[in-house]
Design a protein around this ligand. Structure first.
Ligand SMILES: Nc1ncnc2c1ncn2[C@@H]1O[C@H](COP(=O)(O)OP(=O)(O)OP(=O)(O)O)[C@@H](O)[C@H]1O
Length: 306
């Protein structure tokens, strides 16, 4: 179990708190998603969790040990930026980082072979890292994170800027590592990706956890307090205003809206009534949030991609 309690952080020369009292428990063996828009505080949290950055307040424990007593086999970070030497070959980078992460000398060869095989880099060992494609560079970043064979691997946006095939390879590899027992904490602003990959998730915004738990439970928990609807075609501005006023609706875009309400059935009837006589049809309506994107919107009134 990883326990974060009361984590606070304010960067120097800034007024806003990057993290504002984060409490989070992550079970051993989890494939846990940390989802939030740009600037939400994900990287700051992951850096504190892996000991790269000191928190101003709060406590991190990995298992029953404080973070300060960790070693490379406890927890490792795959950072958002590509963190290797571009002019060195893949093999030389892995050699260097195996030594840097204190892999015992006798185990280095086998550990490097395992990390390279896991990320399917064997064919590229002698290539300079700078000559690798974008997807292979991401795989080298991941391989370096694996060298310590950590029980917990923390990944910060590991699929940013790569093609779908490389992205799928990375996601499959992470599933396999998790199935083999590794705890994974996966930060991303790609909600579909987190939905696909993770069973549990925390949504973070403005340095605070908005909700955390099993994805299914988080989504079904909203069924009694919201209605989401798609209209077709988009209403003109007069009709849109009538819908906003009569139903207390919030439009996400020209055709999608949601209504915060304890009585979604009544809201649906009111919406249908307001549309009567117009050529706008209710294409679909749903009690509660169907996706993490909708849940984020529900919690923050902002789109995740704002
Ligand atoms: N070194 C720094 N100095 C000052 N402010 C910082 C620093 N690093 C991050 N911040 C600020 O702290 C807040 C949280 O940033 P952080 O990078 O943790 O968010 P994030 O969710 O990882 O975003 P992104 O996905 O864009 O990396 C932001 O307001 C950011 O501008």
């Amino acid at each position: 179990m990883i326990r974060l309690s009361g984590i606070g952080k304010t960067y120097r020369n800034t007024r806003q708190r990057a993290l504002d009292g984060i409490d989070l428990n992550i079970a051993a063996g989890a494939l846990f998603g940390l989802l939030g828009p740009n600037g939400a505080g994900k990287t700051t949290l992951l850096h504190i969790l892996t000991g790269i950055l000191a928190a101003d307040s709060g406590d991190v424990r990995i298992g029953d040990r404080p973070l300060a007593t960790r070693d490379p086999s406890d927890i490792a970070l795959v950072p958002q930026e590509l963190a290797f030497y571009p002019t060195l070959s893949v093999r030389a980078n892995l050699d260097f980082y195996a030594a840097a992460t204190r892999v015992p000398r006798a185990e280095r060869t086998s550990r490097i072979a395992w990390a390279a095989a896991t990320t399917k880099l064997q064919q590229h060992m002698d290539q300079p890292a700078e000559h690798l494609s974008g997807g292979l560079k991401r795989r080298l970043n991941l391989a370096i994170g694996l060298l310590g064979k950590p029980r917990v691997l923390v990944l910060d946006e590991p699929t940013v800027g790569i093609d779908p095939q490389s992205r799928n390879f990375i996601l499959d590899t992470l599933r396999q590592l998790n199935a083999a027992g590794m705890t994974l904490i996966y930060a991303s602003h790609y909600m579909e990706e987190v939905e696909q990959l993770c069973r549990q998730v925390a949504i973070i915004d403005h340095g605070r956890i908005l909700c955390a738990g099993e994805i299914g439970e988080l989504l079904s928990g909203t069924a009694n307090n919201s209605l989401h609807a798609d209209l077709d075609p988009a209403p003109d501005s007069a009709l849109r205003q009538r819908i906003e006023t009569a139903c207390a609706a919030h439009f996400v875009d020209a055709q999608r809206l949601w209504i915060d309400t304890q009585h979604p059935g009544d809201a649906l009837r009111m919406l249908e009534h307001t549309l009567t006589g117009s050529r706008v049809r209710l294409r679909c309506a749903r009690y509660g949030c169907a996706t993490l994107e909708a849940l984020f919107l529900h919690l923050t009134r902002r789109e995740l991609r704002d």
